[in-house]
Design a protein around this ligand. Structure first.
Ligand SMILES: NC(=O)c1ccc[n+]([C@@H]2O[C@H](COP(=O)([O-])OP(=O)(O)OC[C@H]3O[C@@H](n4cnc5c(N)ncnc54)[C@H](O)[C@@H]3O)[C@@H](O)[C@H]2O)c1
Length: 233
């Protein structure tokens, strides 16, 4: 993989960075020279991804953390501050997408998806905002939303779609609040990407309309390892 050092001297943190899309983000950021922190609750996968990238000479560290737990996120922020002193880029990427049709969906199913995808994003930003302000002007927050919710729908994903659309509602007001500090907040809306999570869901792939990715225009899902240094295990 070619590197350009476009993120030299930058510090980044990626929630859900142990696997899937998050792992590909960590791969690209670290290849571009950023000191990158993986924040994930999968201990084994987080350690493994960090080790694989360290072996390629990248500045990557793993911090075990759960985005639904504010204390865990505060401790992660303290560790980033202790080791890197600042944070330039925060990617709120951790998310889950269990399927449940409306009639079978329990309140607990609904709450779980909201706790990880939407509240987890809010808690992550809350925990890391003081560090992002330290690196401002110019620090960035990037949310991993989805086409499902803001653009398309899919049976079994009403709760998921609500969280992904909710992320965009959050973003628009947060952008106005953070503008005085010159902190940007944006979102990416992926179509289907064949990650560990999507394959593990055992679902038929949802519609792929709404994405400009060339693989998806051909009616196929993308892959999170495309162009990356890490082959999926
Ligand atoms: N794969 C797709 O087709 C697709 C499409 C659109 C959007 N997305 C979004 O992209 C993001 C990543 O999806 P993916 O397909 O790479 O999933 P994945 O399951 O392959 O990876 C998700 C990562 O998040 C971590 N994670 C889950 N809950 C966590 C928690 N509470 N605290 C910390 N870490 C946690 C997991 O351990 C895992 O490493 C999600 O927000 C998802 O909604 C995925």
């Amino acid at each position: 993989m070619r590197t350009y050092n476009r993120l030299k001297d930058k510090v980044a943190a990626v929630t859900g960075g142990a696997k899937g899309i998050g792992r590909a983000i960590v791969d690209v950021f670290s290849a571009e020279g950023a000191q990158t922190f993986i924040l994930d609750f999968d201990l084994a996968a987080g350690q493994k991804t960090a080790e694989q990238l360290q072996n390629l000479g990248r500045k990557v560290s793993f911090i075990h953390c759960d985005v639904t737990n504010f204390d865990s996120l505060k401790k992660a922020a303290e560790e980033v501050e202790r080791t890197a002193g600042r944070l330039d880029i925060l990617c709120c990427n951790a998310g889950i997408y269990p399927s449940a049709k409306l009639e079978e969906m329990s309140e607990a199913d609904w709450d779980k998806v909201h706790n990880v995808n939407l509240k987890g994003m809010f808690l992550t930003i809350k925990a890391f905002l003081p560090l992002l302000k330290k690196a401002a002007p110019g620090s960035k927050i990037v949310l991993t939303s989805s086409i499902t919710g803001p653009i398309t729908g899919y049976p079994g994903w009403t709760h998921y779609g609500a969280t992904k659309a909710g992320m965009l509602g959050f973003m628009r007001s947060a952008a106005l609040e953070l503008a005085p500090y010159s902190i940007n907040i944006n979102a990416v809306l992926p179509g289907n990407i064949l990650t560990e999570g999507l394959e593990g869901a055992g679902e038929e792939l949802p519609e792929t309309n709404g994405s400009s990715d060339s693989a998806q225009e051909a009616g196929q899902a993308g892959r999170s390892s495309v162009g990356g240094s890490l082959s999926r295990q």
